[in-house]
Design a protein around this ligand. Structure first.
Ligand code: SAH
Ligand code: SF4
Ligand code: F3S
Length: 461
């Protein structure tokens, strides 16, 4: 039955509440939901909205599939291995469903927005009850009622979106760092990328709503606000003025944002970052490739020189300004020589970190139709080459902080073992140091004593 026909189910929320209350009376505890988000911060943020909706109808939460009544995987479609992982995870739930038929299994998010995925689940994963895409959140209660109350499978891949629903709040696990979406969707259509197809066109939240949310989070004690959008520089109401307004909010907190598209990142962005004391002195500026031909084929709409203008402008004003980036290795038709230009670019820019990926063919995107004759194995070797280059560049470049003091937001136990803590500096660099766990969630000043190729090491002052 097409989903539209079920829209007339009124009072789904109340019916669900009754059901969870009944469960409570019988079991002496709330029914539990497991919500796991894959992919980018935007998706994590959507997962937090999903949790808020479930919380309102009486669900508690768990990380253990064995004790969950409802399991929802909030998925990512950006690369094939992300999708494979989800199917692997779903496959593992089959036994659990056989043992406990009352278990409800759902898949949502970017992957679940695609018709061919919904079709595959419908036919080959018959124990999955619910598949819904990125635009269906407003219908969650109706969908859940169809599944829980009427024992039907629901598939909702609607691509119609209404205005941003400011009523949808988040239930955040993290009490220190908060994701705040400022816009949804993407209009850029980079030729390799699935995001515009699964997330629709750009829609921006009103600045007053963003500001109100940030104020609330700061008053609740949040120390880091991460503003989210696929390209924050095309925020409809002006991104730099939003940053400046947020910077005026009182409190001890810092602001980050991602991502920025180089075609829209200008000098005013750099100036704003440098002038606003709460805004981290770091820019995540995905370059994707180091050759103009490949950038053109990717429809990125900038050249290497244009990209370098932003970098050079920032470094002229602040010589140790921190940049991180995303890189795709092995775009269809990319030659080894063109790939080498990406390695050269890494040396030229001196990134503090890069997130690099082998190109993954996404059906429905323009690049999926291009001839692609380099094997994935070969591309994997190029990727390794790139990572080795980056480690060398980064460990040397991180050295600029040795002997200096950085303000670090402590996030948890360190990777270096017993007694070590970890956190991030405003430059988005991992800093490890020794200290008591009571420092977790606080800002501390750390004197840097050593640079590694993945992080800095220091002592608390
Ligand atoms: N909107 C953000 C990025 C979203 S996706 C931006 O433009 O910066 C995050 C990263 O995944 C991209 O920057 C790109 O490097 C990578 N990516 C996207 N599609 C990909 C594909 N088909 N294969 C491999 N990597 C991809
Ligand atoms: Fe994808 Fe490009 Fe949009 Fe980023 S800007 S989400 S890479 S289409
Ligand atoms: Fe994010 Fe993956 Fe969707 S990167 S926008 S969750 S496709």
């Amino acid at each position: 039955m097409p989903f539209e026909e079920s829209k007339d189910i009124s009072g789904a929320k109340e019916l669900l509440l009754e059901k969870t209350l009944e469960f409570y009376k019988m079991n002496g505890r709330k029914p539990l939901a497991l919500v796991r988000s894959f992919g980018c911060q935007q998706n994590v943020s959507d997962g937090e909205k999903l949790k808020a909706l479930l919380d309102k109808i009486g669900f508690g939460f768990t990380e253990e599939p064995e004790e969950a009544l409802l399991i929802i995987y909030n998925t990512c479609a950006v690369r094939e291995n992300a999708e494979d992982r989800v199917f692997g995870n779903i496959g593992q739930l089959k036994k659990l469903k056989e043992k406990r038929p009352e278990l409800i299994i759902g898949i949502c998010g970017c992957m679940a927005q695609q018709e061919h995925i919904a079709q595959k689940v419908k036919e080959s994963y018959r124990y999955v009850d619910l598949v819904f895409g990125t635009f269906a959140y407003n219908d969650l209660y109706q969908m859940l009622w169809k599944v829980m109350g009427q024992h039907e499978r629901v598939f909702n891949q609607t691509d119609k979106y209404s205005d941003i629903n400011e009523e949808l709040t988040q239930l955040r696990d993290d009490k220190v760092k908060a994701f705040v979406p400022i816009m949804y969707g993407c209009n850029n259509f980079c030729t390799y990328c699935i995001v515009p197809y699964v997330r629709g066109r750009e829609r921006s939240r009103k600045p007053e709503n963003v500001i109100a949310e940030v104020k609330k989070l700061v008053s609740e004690g949040y120390k880091e606000i991460m503003l989210l959008g696929q390209n924050v520089n095309s925020y409809s109401y002006g991104f730099t003025s939003l940053l400046r307004e947020i910077n005026r909010i009182e409190g001890d907190f810092r602001v980050r944002f991602m991502s920025s598209h180089p075609k829209d990142a200008g000098r005013d962005l750099i100036d704003t970052i440098l002038e606003c004391d709460k805004v981290c002195k770091h820019l995540h500026l995905p370059v994707q490739a180091g050759s103009d031909e490949i950038l053109k084929a990717m429809n990125r709409r900038y050249t290497v020189e244009k990209y370098m203008e932003i970098i050079d402008y920032a470094r002229a004003k602040a010589p140790d300004f921190s940049f991180t980036t995303d890189i795709i290795v092995g775009f269809p038709g990319e030659t080894y020589e063109q790939f080498c230009r990406t390695k050269e670019l890494i040396k030229r820019v001196k990134y503090d970190n890069i997130y690099s990926f082998v190109y993954s063919r996404r059906s429905g995107t323009p690049a999926a139709k291009l001839p692609d004759d380099i094997s994935d194995k070969q591309k994997g070797l190029w990727l390794r080459e790139l990572i080795l280059e980056q480690r060398e560049v980064t460990s040397e470049w991180l050295g600029r902080f040795v002997g200096r003091e950085l303000r670090v937001l402590v996030s948890g136990d360190g990777r270096k073992g017993e007694g070590w803590l970890t956190g991030k500096s405003g430059e988005d660099i991992i800093v490890e140091f020794k200290g008591g766990r009571e420092l977790i969630g606080q800002f501390v000043n750390v004197r840097i004593v050593k640079a590694m190729n993945w992080a800095l090491e220091g002592t608390v002052l």
